[in-house]
Ligand binder design. Sequence first.
Ligand code: NAP
Length: 351
Amino acid sequence: MINAQWILARRPVDGSPVDDDFSMVETRIPQPGPNQMLTRTIYLSLDPYQWGRWRSASNPIGRVCHGRTVSQVLESNLDGYDPGDFIFNTNGWQEYGLTGDGISAFNYMFPRKLDPSIAPISTAVGVLGMLGLTAYSGLVLQCQPRSGETVVVSAASGGVGQVVGQIAKLLGCRVVGIAGIEEKCSFVTETLGFDACVSHLSESLVDDLSSACPEGIDIYFESVGGKVFEAVLPVLNRKARISLCGLISQYGNDDIETTFEAWMMEGKEVFARKDILAQRLSVGNFVRDYESQFLSEMSHWVQAGQVKYKEDLWTGLEQAPSAFRAMMSGRNFGKTLVGVSDDPSLVEPRK
Ligand SMILES: NC(=O)c1ccc[n+]([C@@H]2O[C@H](COP(=O)([O-])OP(=O)(O)OC[C@H]3O[C@@H](n4cnc5c(N)ncnc54)[C@H](OP(=O)(O)O)[C@@H]3O)[C@@H](O)[C@H]2O)c1
């Protein structure tokens, strides 16, 4: 009858998450009311945007930390959902949660039934979920790549970056990743099939990038900012397109909106001189009109082995703060998620 939960203990103040930001509590497992269902969390998705939620008023202090999840239905008073069903939902950082009428899902993502025969259910918070849709929206819908163009992807081994580069390859582009350590760069080229990958840890990042992009950069998928953006700017071609997805290197700054504005200001002169289109990306704007189209195309690519994905799985809800800190400092390798309970859809348990 006990539900373990991580609640937001205080409004985080400094640049990076610390232990005192979170507190683990135990409550009673809730009972579903009319048009609600009780679900057990199987996977909890950890994403950089959660840090912004906790630092703003959108996640009240003392409430469960926000997070998207893959869950199994235990009891249902909601039409169309039965005990045993696997769903994508928004339980947050807790073992059990209610979904349905009156339960905030932070609005733009609704519960969705999952079919384990298409792909492992964990992918619903990764390549076949918000991350995949982010990659698809930013690259395909905003930047509209053409075969033969050069696409540069920052945070290339991360959840979003992996997918961006692989879609760009499928569309016939030359794809160059930017990542950190050698192991990540090798993964990006050898496993994901990017044409090249340069390290942002290198002293000669600008030269490395110029060499890897002999015909300049036509499309840049921005997830990092800071010195990575500085290195990309001089290599951008006339009429290049940029999807401004995120600025993970700057998330410790005081105000995220100011950070995005500063990025635009930094690029302004080059954008004007080279007629470059830089668009901010918010995946929530693409869910209603493009989620079905995306799921259909991406399911096909994943099933055919044309899009691969790497997960960074931590086991046990108690690990969530450590896993989150690791992700925010680049110590993750792939899409970060926490296995909160056993996954009954797996034929063989994960090792
Ligand atoms: N706009 C939207 O709607 C939307 C939706 C989802 C995600 N996002 C954004 O997309 C970005 C990627 O998200 P994700 O889920 O793919 O993240 P992720 O899997 O956690 O990948 C992030 C990667 O960023 C790199 N990184 C971290 N700190 C860095 C730094 N200081 N300098 C350079 N690289 C650094 C690390 O890779 P290396 O070790 O290789 O550097 C890390 O693995 C984030 O900025 C996120 O906020 C935006």
